[in-house]
Structure formats: C-alpha cells, structure tokens
Design a protein around this ligand. Sequence first.
Ligand code: ADP
Length: 580
Amino acid sequence: MAELRCVLGPGEMPWVDELFEPQELRHCIRDLVALSTLPAIWKDYDTRQIADSVAAALLSMLHADVIFVTVPGLRDEPVVDVTRTGQAVSIGSSGHIEGILRGASRGDREQISAIDNPLGKGTLRIAAAPISFGRDAAIVACSVDPQFPSETHRLLLGIAANQAALAMQRRHAEAEQRRLASVIERSSEFVGFAHLDGTPQYLNNAAYELLGLSGIEEVQRLNIFDFMAPHERARALREALPMVMRTGRWLGELDFRHFRTGEIIPFLVDWFRIDDRRTGHPTNMATVSRDLRPQRKLEGDLRRLNESLEQRVTERTSELAKALERLTLEAEERLRADARAQQLQAELHHASRLTAAGQMAGALTHELNQPLTAFTNSVNAGRRMIANDPPYRIDTLRDVLDEAADQALRAGEIIRRLREFVTRGETEMRIENLPDLIREASELASAGTGPHRVQVRLSFDPRAEAVFANRIQLQQVMLNLIRNAHEAMAQSEMRELEVVTARLDDKSIEIAVVDRGSGLPDNIVKHLFEPFHTTKSDGMGLGLSICRSIVEAHQGKLGYEPNCGGGAVFRVKLPVPLER
Ligand code: ADP
C-alpha cells in the first residue's frame, strides 16, 4: 500500500486510500485482473453482448442493485440498452428504474446523485461513467448501500467503461475494415497495394481474374511493372512512377497483359502513393484501375452502329434518288399522256366539227339552192332574151350573164368553205398503225356515251396492223361506226361491242364493228348510205354517207350486214398498203 501511495501519490489515486484492508486490496486486484481479461472474452462479441457482459461483471464487483448500460446506435447498428439487477430488485420494477437511470446517464456522469429509492425505503445512490463510444453512451450503477459509490467502485466503474469503449471501438473499426475489404474484394476494378520498390502486397479478386494470375505466391515473385505490357514499362517507369512519388498521383491509360493468354488489356490507371499518417513519409503505393475493354467495345459498337446508320442513310438516299427518278419519269410520262389527251381532245373537237359539218351540210344545201336557183334563172333569162326578144340589148344580156357568173362563183365559194371546214385542209395520207387508230377512236366514242356500260372488246390481227390512210378521216369513220353502235345498244340488255381487224387476203384488210343493238329495219337498210336517212330524232342521217365517201376515197368499201345474234355488223374493207 505504502509503495503504491509512494508511486502514484494519494491525490491522483484516491481509491488507494480506501484499500487499507489487505482483503479489500486483494478483491480490488482480483476485480482489476478480471476486468483486464474481459476484452479477450469479448473478441467476437457484438455491442449488446459486450454491454451485457460488462453489466454482469460490475453488478458483482460493485455489489450494486442495478447496472444500466446504454449505447446509442452507431451507423446501422441498433441502440443497445442493457439492465442488470441484483436480487433485491424485481424484474417488474427494473423497467421503472431503467427510465430513471436513462435520465441520470445524461447528466454529469462524474456527479454522484441520490434519489428516493423507487424500490423501497431510503435512497438509491447512483454513479455513472461515460463510455467513449458515441454521445450518451454510459454505464450507470446504483445501490442502496449508503457507502456507494466508494472510490474503488468508481475506479472499477471507470475502468469497465474504458474497457467496454475500447472493445466497442475495436469491434466497430473491425466492422468498418471488413466492410471496406469486402467492397474492395467485390469491386470489379483492379485494386492493388505494393511496396515502394514495386513488390505487390495485395491484389483483389478482380485483379487476379483480369490478369489471369493464379495466387499470391505467383504475385509475390513479380513486380508491378510485370503487370504492364512490355511496350508500356519504360513509360510507367520514367513518367508515371516519378509522378506518383513526386505529386502523390498519376492518372492515365496503360496497357496491361494477361499472364495466360498474353492478351493486351487497356486500363485506365489511378496510381497513388500512401503516406504514413504521423510522419507523412510514403509507405506504399496503390492503384484502382479500370479495364477499358467494355468501354472500347461499346465505342466500337457505337462506331459500327454509326457506320451502319450512315450506310443505311446512304442506301436510303439512293433509294429516294431512284424513287425521285421514277417519279420524274412518271411525271414526264404523265405530261406526255396529258399532251396525248390534249391531242385527242383536239381531234375529238375536230371530229365533232365533222359531225357538225354533216349537220351544216344540210343547211348549206339549203344555202346552195339559192345561188343555184338564181344562176339557173339568170341563164334561162339570157337564153330567152337571145331566142325570143331580138333585138335585145347587149348591155342587158351582159348584166344577166354577169349575174349568172356571180351566183355560180357564190355557190363555188360556199362549197369551198364547206370542204375547207370538213377537211381542215388536211388530206395527207400515210401508213398508220391501225390498232392505235382504233383504240383512240374507241376511247373517244366511249367518252360521251352516258351511263350505259358497254363491254368493249378490241381484237387485232397482227397481220393487219398497217393501213395507208388519212388518220383523221379514217378515225372519223371508226368514231361514227362505234358511236352508232353505242347508241343502238342504249336500250339493249346485252351491251357488247367488238371491233375486230383481220387480214382477208394479200390485198385487203377488214375492220368489223359488231354490236348487239337494235339492228336495222329493212326500210332503213335500203337507203342506209344515202344522206338524210335517219331514225334518230336529232340525227341528220349524214354520218354513214360521209363514212362511205371517206372509205371510198381510201380505195375501200363500207358495207352492212345484220348480226345473226341480233344487232348490226359494219365492215370496212381497205387495201393492204404497198410495201416500201
Ligand atoms: P344518224 O346517226 O345521224 O342518224 P347515220 O348515217 O350515222 O346518221 O345513221 C343513219 C341511220 O342508220 C341511223 O339513224 C340509225 O337508224 C341507223 N344505224 C346506223 N348504225 C346503226 C347500228 N349500228 N345499229 C342500228 N341502227 C343503226
């Protein structure tokens, strides 16, 4: 005791003063030894188990009635509150006491307080010691013993709190370390530590896998520069390493190599220096490096995608260009078709002028009568003057003859005008394509036939394709025949029209226009090709007579025969054009 006092001094260790009894000193030493062995027992304990163990130890060492240990939850750990009670305290009342002690634990822990004993008579004396593990962590001990707490009690309480704090901190640090280690282990990045001389100390699983390394024995025989592709070593040694040592860090791309396959693997390398916290001297170096292959693959895929997109855009553009070309061709075709339609329109117009001409011919006949009658009268008057009335006056006779000449000229003028109107001054004949000519005439004829749907069938003999004709005039013939056929079938049940060409022999070809219409009554057939025979209320009866004239002007023949199945057949016979 005296020795202890001498070494530590009574002021620094007040508890020493209490231990004048050898028995108590023995107990105290026993308790201190017991407390010092606890951390070894707590090696695998969690916070709750540590708190419970320290509470149990103190309950017996301090002869306390209640020990309450409270530890706030740190990080993801739960809050720990442990209460151990002596025999005097029932389980039921411990909850009540716990509430009181929780309040006491938050006060000044060094302060010894006393409260009315909630368990019975007298006072309950309370002593608390903070645990340096999070705010408000503490051990609170209480006892009904009026001597509580002695200095020894407070010493044991303080040491127990310290031991618990150290154990909890160590456990916490180990958990942190484990967490960190598992993050590094599970990382897909290459993580490694090495001595400053380049000897590897640690590689994570990803590093082993990425470089095809078998185990730590193999790694320990290597140097970190062996990890790199041969062509990178000089750069790493001369550029990167000096920079790591000088500035603490180098970040850049380096090619590594696979130890089994020899594959060159590009890495983004973060290479850094680790310094001793206290001295600041470099102790190790480390790296966290990323395999760039997936990124390169993505870049490659993206590049290929871009190229294929460009390719597709080019293809599409050329498709579009082709489509545009097609459209242009179609537009040109349409323009040509429009021009053709306009031409047909003009011809239709001309054709209708021809029909009108037919009608006009009637009117002109009437007109011609006048000058012809006047001419006849003048000539008769002159003849009478010479025969019956001598001596006649020569002047009067000249006047009468002049009048006759004037009337003859007038009649001639009327005829010339009609001829000009009908032929439009065109009498040119040339080799024409007969099917084309018929097709156009059929289109024109069908154009104004009203709502009746006539089934038209055109059938052409390839040996009867050429005809020597004035196209407009021959078309006018076809137009008339086809239109008559349409009109004849307006009331028919069967509306079938056939235009058939045929080579009859070496010299002639024939065009037959066959319909299933009303046919022709005998009285009409007799005068069919004579002018002014018509059964139509608005007809002139001139069409067929003009047709026959035109056909005959082409050295041909136009004839009619009844269709045996009902209806009419008109046949145009024309000479085969001479070979040129
Ligand atoms: P229009 O048609 O002005 O009467 P056409 O000379 O063309 O003059 O015809 C004379 C008449 O011949 C017509 O009124 C009609 O009675 C008859 N005809 C012409 N073609 C046919 C036909 N295919 N079927 C029946 N009758 C016809």
